[in-house]
Design a protein around this ligand. Structure first.
Ligand SMILES: Nc1nc2c(ncn2[C@@H]2O[C@H](COP(=O)(O)OP(=O)(O)OP(=O)(O)O)[C@@H](O)[C@H]2O)c(=O)[nH]1
Ligand SMILES: [Zn+2]
Length: 367
């Protein structure tokens, strides 16, 4: 196969033989290498053309890949026995949102899609993760998204500020922009809600969007912030996630994907995220089953880093470092008493602090 015939070369990317070092280079020519590859066990499928694509959904073993060169043609892929990964510590080798290199195979999958084999996972720019208790490893739920849309409702169910605070931490940990979207505004009073959520907009500078999937209010603004971005929609059951997604996609969102039920094995299938292309550009990621809980690999000492609203006062605490829980002369607690720090945020800090281990190694033994 010549370089000229390779679709990857045409797109300015290394041809497969360059990736795997297949052909002999003149000794004075610089060796083409991919940046920061952590481990390569052997050369898999060395003489086949490599394509790039994005993982839209999967079962843990089978993955739907949207090829870069033709997003309309989806493939069902498995993962090669030996895969080049830039994320070797992650407990899931492949995650929804991953950018991958794959080779095509001749057969068609039972789903009717063409088939392929994933041979490389590119570095993840962002990740929404959950900590897997007892294993000491993170589980990547969605990678390479731009923003986390914290979906809540004005009522039925009324927004949950503890959940908002935990999602904000998850976003910060994963390098994602956070955005609070409050649906069902037809059931609430916008002024009152804006007032109650003022700490997020005015102190933490998190955008707040009020909308109603029922009346259409605020939907254009929501479309505008999603356009061209990869946005994870996350929120508790009943806030209107599916209704909003249907509205944004202009079609019924199918909660069950195309991969045959027989292949849907493994304990994480029910929590698998799915990614959908928006008509106006960008993607939304549906995250069923991961609405409530996040466990993450942080310790008590690190928690205050996720509460930037405490920072101006934390410097003034008598003891340094200060947990802001029990030490005398704590300026953070004084600021809460004087109304300078939102008291509910402080309550949530205390609840989280209690639930976190003191030392990182203790995460491994938590159940
Ligand atoms: N009043 C009002 N009701 C809404 C709105 N959006 C959705 N609903 C209703 O809220 C209920 C829950 O909506 P869903 O879209 O199923 O919510 P969900 O978040 O996907 O819930 P799960 O499927 O359990 O995850 C449905 O009865 C919707 O019709 C809204 O903007 N206003
Ligand atoms: Zn303190």
């Amino acid at each position: 196969m010549s370089c000229a015939s390779s679709p990857l070369s045409e797109m300015g990317r290394p041809a497969p033989e360059e990736l795997w070092g297949e052909h002999e280079e003149p000794t004075d020519a610089p060796k083409p290498v991919l940046p920061s590859i952590k481990f390569v066990k052997q050369k898999p499928l060395a003489d086949q053309e490599l394509y790039r694509g994005r993982i839209l959904e999967g079962t843990g073993r089978h993955w739907i890949v949207e090829p870069e060169e033709n997003p309309e043609e989806l493939l069902e892929c498995t993962v090669a026995g030996t895969v080049v990964s830039e994320e070797p510590d992650s407990s899931h080798v492949v995650a929804v949102g991953d950018l991958v290199s794959f080779v095509r195979t001749k057969e068609r999958a039972p789903s009717g899609y063409p088939q392929g084999v994933i041979v490389q996972i590119l570095r993840r720019h962002t990740k929404l993760t959950r900590y897997r208790r007892g294993e000491g490893k993170e589980q990547v739920l969605v990678s390479n998204a731009d923003q986390l849309v914290i979906l809540q409702a004005a009522a039925e169910p009324r927004y949950d500020r503890f959940l908002i605070d935990r999602y904000l931490i998850a976003a910060e940990l994963g390098g994602l922009q956070a955005l609070i979207c409050l649906n069902k505004i037809d059931l609430g009073c916008p002024q009152q809600i804006r007032e109650e959520l003022r700490v997020y907009t005015d102190v933490l500078h998190v955008p707040l969007l009020l909308c109603s999937a029922l009346t259409g209010e605020g939907i254009d603004s929501l479309r505008a912030v999603l356009q061209g971005k990869i946005s994870i929609l996350s929120g508790p059951s009943g806030v209107g996630k599916s209704t909003l997604a249907n509205l944004l996609l202009g079609r019924e969102l199918q909660r069950v994907g195309p991969i045959s039920p027989k292949l849907r094995q493994g304990r994480h299938v029910t929590t698998m995220a799915r990614m959908f292309r928006l008509p106006e550009g960008g993607y939304i990621v549906d995250t069923p089953g991961i609405r409530e809980l996040f466990f993450w690999n942080i310790t008590r000492d690190e928690l205050e880093d996720f509460f930037p609203d405490f920072q101006p006062w934390a410097k003034e605490c008598l003891y340094q470092p200060c947990s802001h829980i029990h030490e005398p002369g704590c300026a953070v607690r004084s600021a809460v008493e004087q109304g300078n720090i939102d008291s509910l945020r402080y309550d949530h800090y205390c609840r989280l602090w209690q639930s976190l281990p003191k030392y990182r190694y203790q995460w491994k033994h938590r159940r």
